[in-house]
Structures are given as structure tokens and as C-alpha cells.
Ligand binder design. Structure first.
Ligand code: OSB
Ligand code: MG
Length: 372
């Protein structure tokens, strides 16, 4: 199919979170989200940049993404005629090194337009087949243990199939022990966002007492080999998030036995094309994957759901209801989760969730459109 990209719009929206979200690298109370629109002949595709407000999770941030999109990525695609849709968009941005979250926002916008232009659901276009997704939640560090236990109780009662809690030195074994005491049989995992080093080996071995599904990214964000050393010393499975930026990294991690589970994030790996390749590498090695989240608005959420329909996504993802994050989400309908902790995938063409463009306009703090 021939798709001409006539213009590209960048916009930044501000969305306050219903509840602050705290990880080992900091607390977020309001998101500054960069949205990209690819104005194609006959269809507008939208993509969300998952970069955070600060370069703490990765090197990227909302402002670096804006800069690289404006100066480099948008000029590479405006006025261009693409025969290969989203995959070709990724190919054409190859010359810019890194900046994967910025690239993903634009590439995914083209996939979004392609699905509309072809009149097929986005999940089918990316090769998915699952129609009922298992939903999990990621719960941040709270002010007190009691507040965390209360939050877990709420999410378990809502039906969520897996609870993930954030940990860091000083908020870990005591917290996990209390959770296990109160909730002996829930599917539980933890995410350290690189808060430990190998000096913490003996301490990390204590995590083996809590029957965790996994420990996510305990060590350095750019490290694979040392995770392999750690994995050899632990009974609990490791899962890599920050360390996996491409299918090559996934292959290395699997061959080194650095983890037994992989988290796939659209932004972190640079868009749908690479995320599908990461999935394919993992599936071929029988390594289960799940879809990570980055506190996305409904748009990024819808794209995460499409990705999660691929067959290798056999563990509950950080895909959860809009209402956990936003008083009002920018999509219609919002993402909802059943009492059994599942999300139903519809048959509508495109992303399957309409954008509330009036609301988006009201949330917008800056906007720029580029043409060839
Ligand atoms: O490591 O998975 C992570 C949020 C921001 C940055 C990194 C992470 C997270 C989450 C939240 O865990 C997942 C979600 O969107 O619910
Ligand atoms: Mg993580």
C-alpha cells in the first residue's frame, strides 16, 4: 500500500496522575507526554512517546524527544511516500542513533495510520491473535507499608492477575515479607529499576524466600553479563527491562542466561518493528514475554494492547485500566479490565480506541506541525 506522509504534528500534553508513582529513581505526579500525529493521505495516525519528564529511566526525556523529532526524524519522513508502512518508517530513521522512544512515537503513528488505511485492526496488522489479555498492575513505592498493602488489596479485589511492586534498598525484603504474609498466594513480582549492584548479592538472595514470579532489572540499566552472574546465584527468575533495547540484546541475554523472562516495551526498543523482533527471538527460545508500561495515556495504552496480542505474551502485562492513572483519559472508550483481570480485544479497524481530540486540544501546552 502506498502511503504519503503529508505532515507531522508534535504536541505536548500535560496530564496529572490520579496517584503519584514512585520508583527507585523518583516520584512522578504529572506526566508531560509528547504525542505525534502522522498526517497521511486519507488517515491520521497517532503515536505516543514514552520518554519520561527526566532522563532517569533512560537517557531520553520529553524534551530530547521533541528536539530529535523536530530536527531529524520528522524531516526524514515528511513528504515521503512509504510502500512499507510502519516498517519502512523505522528503516528510514535508521541513520539516527538511539533516541528509540522518539523514533517509536513516529513509527507507531505510521503503523496506526497504516491499520486505518488498510481497514484492519492494528493488532492484526502487527501479527497478533490473542483476544483476551491478562492484566497486571505495577504499584509504586508508597509512604508507608500499610498504604502499599491497602493498594494491593484494592487491585487484587479488582481482579488483576499479577501484582508487581517497586523495590529499592530500604524498601524491599521487609515489604515483600509483609505482602506475602497478607497475600500468600497472589502472583507477585518486584521491579528494582537498577537500584542494586553485585555487592548486594547476599541481600538479593533473601528475595528467594518470597516465591516471586520474577525480579525485574535489579542491576545496571546497561548491563547484561552481570545479570547472568546474578541469575546463576538466585533461584528466582530475573526479568530484564532497561537492558534490552533491541532483538540483538534479547538474543544476548537469552544465550547468556541473564534472565528467564523478558519485558517488552514499545518505546524502549524503538517501536513496533523492533518490539515484534524481540518477541520473535524470545518465542523461538521459549522465553515468556510480557508488555511493560510507562504510565502511558490511553493512546500508548491502546498500542501496548495491540502488541500484547502476539502469541509469546504469555504472562500478564503492565496493561491496566485507564482509571488507575487518569481522571479522564484521552481515548473513547477508556481501557477497562474485567473482574477476572482481563482486557477484551475488539474487531474494530485501527487502534480500536477513538481519540478525544477536543480533550487533547485542551491538555495541549505546545504544538508544532512540519511539512516537506
Ligand atoms: O520499570 O516498568 C518500569 C513506570 C515508569 C518507568 C518505568 C517503569 C514503570 C512502571 C509502570 O512500572 C508501569 C505502568 O505503566 O503501569
Ligand atoms: Mg521495569
Amino acid at each position: 500500500m502506498i502511503m504519503k506522509i503529508e505532515a507531522i504534528t508534535l504536541r505536548e500534553i500535560r496530564m496529572p496522575l490520579v496517584h503519584f508513582f514512585e520508583t527507585s529513581f523518583g516520584r512522578t505526579t504529572e506526566r508531560r507526554i509528547l504525542l505525534v500525529t502522522a498526517h497521511c493521505e486519507g488517515a491520521d495516525g497517532w503515536g505516543e512517546c514514552t520518554a519520561g519528564e527526566h532522563p532517569f529511566f533512560s537517557e531520553e526525556a520529553t524534551d530530547t524527544a521533541w528536539w530529535v523529532l523536530k530536527e531529524y526524524l520528522a524531516p526524514m519522513l515528511t513528504g515521503q511516500t512509504l510502500l512499507g508502512g510502519g516498517r519502512e518508517a523505522a528503516f528510514r530513521m535508521y541513520g539516527v542513533r538511539g533516541h528509540r522512544m522518539a523514533k517509536a512515537a513516529l513509527e507507531n503513528a505510521v503503523w496506526d495510520a497504516e491499520a486505518q488505511a488498510k481497514n484492519v485492526p492494528l493488532w492484526k496488522l502487527v501479527g497478533g491473535s490473542r483476544r483476551e489479555l491478562a492484566a497486571g498492575v505495577s504499584i509504586g513505592i508508597q509512604n508507608t507499608h500499610e498504604e502499599l498493602l491497602k493498594k494491593i488489596a484494592t487491585e487484587v479485589a479488582a481482579g488483576y492477575q499479577r501484582i508487581k511492586v517497586k523495590v529499592k534498598p530500604g524498601w524491599d525484603v521487609d515489604v515483600l515479607a509483609k505482602i506475602r504474609e497478607r497475600f500468600p498466594s497472589i502472583m507477585l513480582s518486584c521491579d528494582a529499576n537498577s537500584a542494586y549492584t553485585l555487592d548486594d548479592l547476599d541481600h538479593l538472595k533473601l528475595f528467594d524466600d518470597f516465591r516471586l514470579l520474577m525480579i525485574e532489572q535489579p542491576l545496571w540499566s546497561d548491563e547484561i553479563y552481570l545479570h547472568a552472574l546474578l541469575q546463576h546465584s538466585l533461584a528466582t527468575s530475573l526479568c530484564l527491562d532497561e537492558s534490552i533495547l533491541s532483538a540483538r540484546h534479547a538474543m544476548a541475554a537469552i544465550e547468556l542466561k541473564a534472565c528467564r523472562i523478558l519485558n517488552v516495551k514499545l518505546g524502549r526498543v524503538g517501536g513496533f518493528s523492533e518490539a515484534i523482533r524481540v518477541h520473535d527471538v524470545a518465542l523461538a527460545s521459549e522465553i515468556p514475554v510480557w508488555c511493560g508500561g510507562m504510565l502511558e495515556s490511553g493512546l500508548g495504552r491502546a498500542h501496548n494492547l495491540a502488541l500484547s496480542t502476539l502469541p509469546g505474551f504469555s504472562l500478564p502485562g503492565d496493561v491496566s485500566a485507564s482509571a488507575r492513572y487518569w481522571k479522564e483519559d484521552i481515548i473513547e472508550p477508556e481501557v477497562t479490565v474485567s473482574g477476572q483481570g482481563t482486557i477484551a480485544i475488539g474487531d474494530q479497524p485501527g487502534r480500536g480506541y477513538a481519540l478525544r481530540e477536543d480533550l487533547i486540544e485542551r491538555l495541549t501546552v505546545r504544538k508544532e506541525t512540519f511539512r516537506a
